[in-house]
Design a protein around this ligand. Structure first.
Ligand code: PLP
Length: 400
């Protein structure tokens, strides 16, 4: 079978501005004129395609970015949001009614975990958290009122791989949706091609890659995108998490270099993961043969883009983790900061930051050590030089 090629799919799009400008024009308008009143009525009733009525509904700049993301994912359609959480909450609230039930991976981004475990209670929506690598557990958790299985392709921060084809067999059998957050692995994995119904992104991370804004995306069927943008019942239209067109135009330009950046992030991460392992540290990285799902990842990934830019190392205690992170920042390895997918290396202690929403006993249960440092490896030109700096920091903080 011909390899699905997200970068060429983006490249093949002809998206230019109204005056032939090579970058699509930025639509700086909240509302749009209609030449005939009837067209306005028909547009509101969903009977007129191709007209813009109001920028909370659709904006041409957002449409260019959404079309490019749909091409990248191989989905019929897409929608862009003001944050990754905007994409996640819009999707879940569209799929679930009060009294419904969700099955979710227990390892997810902390904000997602908090939304699922704390916020959905307001609607009497129950969530069962499972180890997503245990397919028997996933299937057992499904109830008659379950609407979706939620997971991340490579989970945050433990880098567990979701077996999307097998999960989609389960969701298909029960006629429920499989929703996959692919924030960690754009281009590396194409969840919709593997059976996911809806693919979510925090564009804030690798896709934009510049750490200058927050944004998100929902890649899905035309039917689902129509449903979320419906003027009467759509969660996107009615809750309004809309991306600013100026930002979407910036992200759209950055998307065109994503394939180059992902390859470099992965090459650098692979190099550092091997060095951490050879220094005797406990490392989690799907590119290492000792990662329990290394072989499966090789089957799922696009070979051109590597195993991704995220690594976790376990120093056992948060005190040791803090000392190392502070030293690495002083030595110019990167920044002690949350988030990921930036051109500089970022590191944070997950249990005390991006997963701090997960109660400590649950962190222990899921195997999240208090000394876990999550690295988002940057685009360093000379990664050997970076390793030398890290090595010095490891020695000076007595980690090794
Ligand atoms: N999904 C994942 C995997 C994340 O790591 C994050 C943020 O860290 C989000 C979603 C939320 O994205 P945003 O911060 O853009 O709302």
């Amino acid at each position: 079978m011909k390899q699905f090629d997200p970068a060429s799919n983006i490249q093949d799009l002809l998206q230019f501005g109204e005056f032939g400008d090579v970058n699509p024009s930025i639509t700086d308008s909240a509302t749009y004129t209609f030449m005939e009143a009837k067209t306005m009525v028909d547009t509101f009733q969903g009977e007129e395609e191709g007209c813009f009525l109001y920028s909370r509904h659709w904006n041409p700049s957002n449409k260019y970015l959404a079309d490019a993301l749909a091409a990248m994912e191989g989905t019929e359609s897409a929608w862009v949001t003001a944050s990754g959480m905007g994409a996640i909450t819009t999707t879940i609230l569209q799929l679930c009614d009060a009294g419904d039930h969700v099955v979710s991976s227990i390892t997810t981004y902390g904000g997602t975990f908090a939304f699922l475990s704390n916020y959905l209670r307001k609607f009497n929506i129950e969530v069962s958290f499972v180890d997503i690598t245990r397919l028997d557990e996933v299937e057992k958790a499904i109830r008659p009122n379950t609407k979706m299985v939620y997971t991340e392709s490579l989970t945050n921060p433990l880098l567990q791989l979701s077996d999307i084809p097998k999960l989609s067999e389960i969701t298909g059998k029960h006629n429920i949706k499989l929703v996959v957050d692919n924030t960690f692995t754009p281009m590396i994995m194409a969840p919709a091609r593997m059976g996911a119904d809806i693919v979510l992104y925090s564009l804030t991370k690798f896709v934009n890659g510049k750490n200058d804004c927050v944004a998100g995306a929902i890649c899905a069927s035309e039917e689902f995108v129509k449903a979320i943008s419906d003027v009467n019942t759509g969660s996107a239209m009615l809750l309004g998490p809309i991306l600013d067109p100026l930002r979407s135009s910036g992200i759209h330009k950055n998307l065109h270099t994503l394939h180059l950046r992902m390859k470099k992030h992965s090459d650098n991460a692979m190099f550092l993961a091997e060095k951490f392992a050879s220094a005797g540290l406990r490392v989690i990285y799907p590119g290492l043969s000792k990662h329990p799902q290394h072989q499966l990842m090789k089957v799922f990934m696009h070979p051109d883009y590597g195993f991704g830019g995220m690594i976790a190392i376990d120093l056992k205690t948060s005190k040791k983790a803090s000392a190392l992170m502070e030293k690495m920042q002083q030595e110019g390895v990167g920044y002690l900061a949350v988030s990921l997918g930036y051109f500089k290396t970022l590191f944070s202690n997950s249990g005390k930051s991006t997963s701090s929403e997960v109660p400590e006993n649950v962190q222990k249960e899921m195997g999240l050590s208090e000394g876990l440092i999550r690295f988002s490896v940057g685009l360093d030109h000379d990664i050997e030089r970076t390793w030398q700096k890290i090595y010095t920091c490891l020695r000076e903080t007595r980690v090794i």
